[in-house]
Write a protein that binds this ligand. Structure first.
Ligand code: SAM
Ligand code: SF4
Length: 310
């Protein structure tokens, strides 16, 4: 499927829940999520229908996100369904606060990769940032999963929290044979409150290194990868703010309540729940809506990251 600017849209980011067990300061503070229920969440059958329609429209890559996707009991059914339909590139983004039985199911699943969020290696800072004393559990998940699955670490850059930990995070990633990607804080939802104080550009991170070189795009990724000679490591940078990548955007998003968004920064979407009765009608509505995808994103948005699916 192409949008109005002839961009091939082949990547669907599907949020399967708004619920989360964390309260990250830049995403979901307690005051914006007073009610933590599954009310309005797409049912498993709705999710299947939406994935089928997107598959018909040529989607090749699926990412399940949230909220915390592993809070949904049927997450593995959704993965199996998408895989059996022929989508072989299925990934998930998680906070990594996973217990052993879930880790085992991930290992046995047909997921291609798991992105795990890890912003700090300091236990106290971790607790302050996320509201959960979870660092040990997350580190265990990273270490266990990275032996079997392709794991990437996501670290949101925050001036007063982890700018001084960039080197430690690179070394941690290296010791576990995984790649870390540093993400610029985006002015979305509650992050607008801390944006001015906490924003650090990925260019400021690169300035820390003596010797580095850009690596060609390995995959159609929003991340730019560099070989950092100082650490003999490959590191990714997602600079959504200082150098946004709209011109080569290949994705759309569906929220856990079934709203299709052409961009993370859009506040208007298409309610797919109104078109679920027929898969052909659903596919047609999606196609028409995607044609309206804007060429570049808005500067900021009040939409909440945990609602739209990061
Ligand atoms: N709960 C899962 C997690 O934390 O990985 C998946 C959902 S979370 C919204 C997806 C990603 O978005 C995480 O890596 C998180 O750090 C990132 N994120 C959330 N708010 C952000 C913001 N304002 N700017 C940049 N990244 C953000
Ligand atoms: Fe939850 Fe992920 Fe948002 Fe943190 S970033 S509050 S883990 S959805």
């Amino acid at each position: 499927m192409r949008d109005g600017f002839f961009r091939e849209i082949e990547y669907l980011r599907l949020s399967i829940t708004e619920r989360c067990n964390f309260f990250c300061r830049y995403c979901r503070t307690r005051d914006v999520c007073a009610c933590d229920t599954d009310a309005g969440e797409l049912t498993k059958q709705d999710v299947f229908r939406i994935i089928s329609a997107f598959k018909k429209l040529g989607i090749k890559k699926l990412r399940l996100t949230g909220g915390e996707p592993f809070l949904r009991n049927d997450v593995f059914d959704i993965i199996d369904f998408a895989y059996d339909l022929g989508i072989q590139n299925i990934n998930v983004t998680t906070n990594g606060f996973l217990h052993d039985d879930c880790i085992q199911r991930i290992i046995e699943s047909r997921l291609s990769g798991v992105n795990i969020s890890l912003d700090t290696l300091d236990r106290q800072k971790y607790r302050e940032l996320t509201g959960v004393d979870g660092l040990d559990v997350v580190v265990n998940a990273i270490q266990t999963l990275s032996r079997v699955k392709r794991v990437k670490l996501n670290a949101v850059l925050l001036k007063t929290v982890n700018f001084d930990e960039v080197e430690d995070l690179i070394l941690f990633a290296k010791s576990n044979n995984v790649v870390v990607r540093f993400i610029e804080l985006m002015p979305i939802g509650v992050a607008n409150r801390i944006f001015e104080k906490e924003f650090v550009s990925t260019h400021d991170v690169l300035k820390k290194f003596k010797d580095f070189q850009r690596i060609d795009d390995r995959e159609k990724s929003v991340a730019k990868y560099y070989y950092i000679k100082d650490f003999d490591s490959v590191v990714g940078f997602i600079n959504a703010i200082s150098d946004h990548f709209c011109s080569r955007c290949n994705k759309v998003r569906v929220s856990s309540k079934g709203i299709l968004y052409n961009c993370l920064f859009d506040e208007d979407g298409l309610d797919l729940k109104e078109h679920l009765s027929s898969e052909d009608v659903l596919a047609e509505r999606i196609k028409q809506f995607v044609m309206k995808k804007k060429f570049t994103r808005s500067a900021t948005t009040n939409a909440m990251m945990f609602k739209i699916g990061g």
